[in-house]
Design a binder for this molecule. Structure first.
Ligand code: SF4
Length: 1005
């Protein structure tokens, strides 16, 4: 031992009761040993985390009551770095960022492969893009090797048979022989570059701890629950030297049985030299425990609002040990802040690591990558394009930046080398300085335009052209949109290197800050800083020169943001404490509210490790992941034991796999066992309430203007079906004209693209037989191919430019349609083709001299060999809906019409066809069929694909005259009736889920 001022603790280590104040005890013990109490710099305190340092300094200040030199306070990571840094093997090393480490492990593996040491490495080291996933796993594993003091030699001895039954992936098993050599070379690479990782700091600290000089007379090792091997070595040495005093919290809480034994604490004691003073007794059972069961996080927060509303009015300034809101997973942070704290006047502190992945910023950059991944040549997939423009940071961009001159913007556009075309507006036309319009209206216009044009893929120049007419003196849309396109899309086209991507992303971030409202969002400063830090890492050093495809950089970026935590430190120390679960270690609070106490959250779910199976972990002496549950249980019980009032929130929804934490089950079980009866702890449920006060939930009355509008309205089957499903939705879409493009929103290619193309191809295919008999020729398939290629070229440009995915899409399309036509050939041969895509309109007499217009487009009309006229409709996406009504049906009122008619499409098409072709209402000679063109491949019978309106024996005349026509008139009468308001109908969950008005306008469904 070489302590500069040796001071052996007479009474060494202490086990305090679980519910005691560790920080309070420490402050008193430190001062008892320094009677003058003003210079405590000879003492060091090491906690497992950072936060207790703030509390200890505060408590010492309170007890001393004046200025003082505080003790040196470490968290364990910084203590190990301090120890390692004073060791011969650690001096001069610096911390490396995650990206730098990732590239270094890649370079190390690549060098090994170049040396021909391992034949299996080329598969993963052929590119950085292919390697980084394994690289991140290696880094985690090597850190664990470091903290658990696993030497390369031990790894080498690991028995391959331990892997044989382990169920790991082939690739990981193939990598196993690489690990000992790679780890050994990794340690050399770190030393050679004067870098270290967390694991390496721990390893060096443990290796050299018994040969160091210490500037402290005593070191408190306080509040630890379980130690890794490197920590055990440090604890063992420091206690053997008599310089360290270990303080733990142990024993039963009011919520555990008397003889609880925390095994990890027993092990901790076993590695420490010296005697123990056990001050353990049972904490008094004077606590108030409340369980709150919601069905999701939002209902938990809603119940918490109630707890907040009680008690808080008359509380003055809150001490930092009064109120804690604990979030075992960080995702609820933003809803908790906005619901509980936004309007409250209480100060609060956040102390937790928030995942960068959860931020709007990360979502914006991910959307930009999606757009590049989905791009085919210079055409962007419309949903991806809109996802970028709809992002709040982009949508709220101002067309004028207060900090940027007109000339700057103009210059930026003029010097844009990626712009391929000029819009009608010249770039030398200055942006009006008074302009302050946001991009919002442009986005809405483009959404509607894309939906109307049924465009799945679109060129940016086409969109710029489409909005040209929106230009006004104070609204230079056509000048601003190209700038948006440049920053969000074109700047990323053709990039090959990781550094280039990082630079483009940084420019995009800076631009959103300069022009947008990005900085106005809560915590956006911290989010921006963290993201900029990550991009700086990708932009600098050798990693920046690595090649990466759009998919590769997207994947790398996603992995990195998933791992990046934004550290909120929670200073100054006052008000409510909003803490992550581990940040509660060593602290106690009078009132504790813990959210999300569900299985998989607390204790956390343990995921299978793709490299290190459980058997092998055991062989290498690595801790079993099950120990993590026991340690979480300890921290949970310790936190509860120190609190006076406890509120535990959880969700129960077995259908969605949400079940309450086993820790709650244990609390209930223990309480019932002690009381000898059931239901000892009441569980509060969410208060269900109506929302009569929400104006959007009230039915909308029809004003005179609305009645006028409706009288002149031309009713389509789609409009009537919308009304049947929900009158309010009809009102929003057709009366207010809020035609939200719900179709374009779907993140799949089929419905829109297949729908448009199939209709186009089939129209072209049947066109030669218009007004003639259908006669399929032998080279039907060639004909289909020609027609299909023409339609595809109309959408994707010339064949030579088609990407792989367009070619693949063509194959699927041809396969489906040729199957359809194979079946059609049997059925439609010899039918007289009367019409293709026939637009029809007619007046419908409602009686008493009133009439309305109805309209529709008939995909195909033909007369079969028996003289029956068929109205045929192709369906490529939505489910097939036919009326159920029989002659016995009653059709009065929307509800019964909805049940019986289901959809007005076929009934209306019959009427329109009859009128258009002058068939004279001979209903027995007309029928309708819906052809479902989805999933055609395996069908061998056309009837499996088509749904026919009238079956054999149906009284068609009666059904049309007595059911369809009266129902049609009744529903239109109801729409026109001034006394019947537009009410909400949330009865169909599926319908509300896809309703574009459900989030903002409606709030009922
Ligand atoms: S969400 Fe449901 S209730 Fe609300 S408007 Fe849409 S369909 Fe109607």
């Amino acid at each position: 031992m070489k302590a500069s001022k040796s001071h052996k603790f007479r009474q060494q280590h202490v086990s305090l009761p679980l519910g005691s104040s560790l920080v309070g005890w420490l402050a008193e013990d430190i001062l008892a040993r320094e009677p003058e109490g003003r210079d405590l710099s000879g003492t060091a305190v090491v906690f497992p985390g950072r936060r207790p340092a703030l509390y200890l300094r505060r408590e010492l200040g309170r007890l001393i009551g004046g200025p003082f030199h505080p003790p040196r306070i470490f968290d364990i990571d910084s203590f190990m770095a301090y120890t390692a840094g004073r060791s011969p093997g650690g001096s001069g090393r610096r911390d490396a960022g995650q990206v730098e480490l990732l590239h270094l492990v890649y370079a190390t593996a690549r060098d090994m492969e170049a040396d021909g040491e391992h034949l299996l490495l080329p598969a993963v080291t052929s590119s950085f893009e292919g390697f980084f996933f394994w690289g991140l796993k290696f880094l985690d594993l090597f850190d664990e090797f470091g903290t658990e003091l696993v030497p390369p030699a031990r790894i080498k001895q690991a028995v391959p048979s331990a892997l044989a039954d382990a169920g790991i992936t082939e690739e990981a098993r193939g990598l196993w022989p690489v690990l000992p050599g790679l780890y050994s070379k990794w340690l050399d690479a770190l030393a050679g570059n004067s870098l270290w990782s967390r694991g390496e700091k721990y390893r060096i600290a443990a290796e050299h701890v018994d040969r160091l000089e210490w500037p402290f007379s005593k070191i408190y090792l306080a509040g630890f629950a379980a130690l890794n091997r490197a920590e055990e070595k440090v604890f063992s040495v420091l206690t053997r030297l008599g310089i360290a005093r270990v303080v733990v919290q142990d024993g039963p809480s009011p919520w555990t049985v008397n003889d609880v034994r925390w095994k990890h604490l027993e092990r901790l004691r076993s590695v420490c030299h010296g005697t123990w003073d056990h001050q353990i007794n049972r904490s008094p059972n004077h606590q108030f425990l409340h369980l709150h069961q919601g069905f999701d996080l939002h209902s938990q927060i809603h119940m918490a609002e109630d707890v907040f509303a009680r008690n808080l009015e008359d509380r003055g300034k809150l001490a930092p040990d009064q109120e804690a809101v604990v979030l075992p997973r960080p995702e609820p942070l933003i809803p908790v802040l906005s619901r509980l704290f936004e309007d409250a006047a209480f100060p609060y502190n956040i102390s937790m690591g928030y995942p960068l992945e959860r931020t709007a910023l990360a979502r914006l950059l991910a959307s930009v990558f999606d757009a590049q991944e989905g791009r085919i040549n210079d055409k962007y997939y419309a949903p991806h394009y809109l996802a970028v423009l709809r992002h709040p940071y982009i949508k709220s961009l101002r067309l004028h930046s207060p900090s940027t001159s007109d000339q700057q913007i103009t210059k930026s556009l003029a010097t844009d080398t990626h712009r391929h075309t000029q819009t009608a507006q010249s770039t030398d036309q200055p942006i009006n300085r008074s302009t302050d319009s946001s991009l919002r209206s442009v986005v809405h216009f483009l959404e509607a335009w894309l939906a109307r044009e049924k465009r799945s893929f679109v060129r940016l120049e086409e969109l710029e052209k489409a909005i040209a007419h929106l230009d006004e003196k104070d609204f230079p849309a056509s000048q601003f949109l190209p700038h948006v396109h440049q920053m969000c899309f074109k700047a990323f086209e053709g990039l090959k290197k990781i550094g280039e991507h990082a630079t483009a992303l940084k420019s995009l971030l800076e631009w959103t800050v300069e022009y947008g409202a990005a900085t106005g969002y809560p915590l956006s400063g911290e989010f921006m800083t963290a993201m900029a830090g990550l991009l700086d890492e990708l932009e600098a050093g050798p990693v920046s020169r690595e090649a990466a495809s759009a998919t590769g950089i997207h994947s790398l970026f996603c992995h990195l943001v998933r791992q990046t935590r934004i550290p909120f430190q929670g200073v100054p120390l006052e008000g409510f404490q909003i803490l992550g679960f581990l940040e509660t270690r060593c602290l106690e609070f009078q009132r504790v509210m813990i959210f999300d106490l569900n299985e998989g959250v607390l204790p956390p779910e343990s995921r299978p490790d793709p490299i290190m199976p459980p058997d092998l972990r055991k062989y290498l002496g690595l801790p079993d992941k099950k120990q993590a549950v026991e340690i979480s249980r300890y921290h949970f019980q310790r936190l509860l034991a120190g609190a006076g009032e406890i509120h535990l929130f959880f969700s129960e929804d077995k259908g969605k796999g949400r079940i309450r934490s086993r820790f709650i089950e244990e609390l209930i079980w223990e309480a019932e066992k002690r009381a000898g009866r059931r239901d000892v702890i009441p569980i509060h449920g969410p208060v269900m309430f109506q929302r009569p006060g929400i104006p959007s939930a009230l039915p909308v009355k029809k004003s005179l203007q609305v009645i006028d509008f409706l009288s002149a309205f031309t009713f389509s089957a789609t409009a009537l079906d919308t009304y049947l499903s929900c009158p309010f939705r009809f009102y929003a879409k057709y009366v207010l004209g809020l035609d939200a493009p719900d179709v374009i929103d779907r993140d799949e290619i089929d419905p829109l693209l297949v729908g448009t193309l199939v209709h186009d191809i089939l129209r072209e295919f049947y066109l030669p037989w218009l007004d003639r008999e259908i006669q399929f020729s032998a080279d039907r398939d060639n004909d289909l191919m020609t027609k299909s290629d023409m339609a595809l070229e109309g959408t994707f440009g010339s064949k030579a430019e088609w990407s792989g995915s367009v070619r693949l899409f063509r194959e699927v399309l041809l396969y489906r349609l040729s199957n359809f036509l194979r079946l059609e050939r049997e059925h439609a041969q010899g039918h007289m083709l009367m019409g293709l895509e026939v637009p029809c309109k007619m007046d419908l007499n409602l009686g008493r001299g009133r009439k309305v217009r109805v309209k529709g487009v008939l995909d195909r009309v033909e007369k079969d060999r028996k003289g029956t006229v068929w109205v045929i409709d192709y369906k490529t996406g939505s489910r097939i809906q036919l009326p159920r009504a029989t002659v016995a049906s009653k059709v009065s009122g929307r509800e019964t019409i909805k049940q019986e008619i289901v959809s007005f499409q076929m009934p209306m098409y019959l009427l329109l066809c009859d009128r258009h072709y002058g068939l004279g209402s001979g209903w027995s000679g007309i029928n309708a069929a819906l052809y479902g063109l989805r999933g055609l491949a395996g069908s061998s019978n056309l009837n499996a694909l088509r749904a026919v309106l009238f079956k054999q024996g149906d009284s068609r005349d009666k059904i049309v005259k007595d059911i369809y026509v009266p129902a049609l008139k009744a529903i239109i009468e109801e729409i026109l009736d001034p006394e019947v308001p537009f009410a909400h109908d949330p009865s169909d969950f599926g319908h509300c889920r896809t309703c574009p008005y459900s989030r903002r306008l409606c709030k009922v469904g």
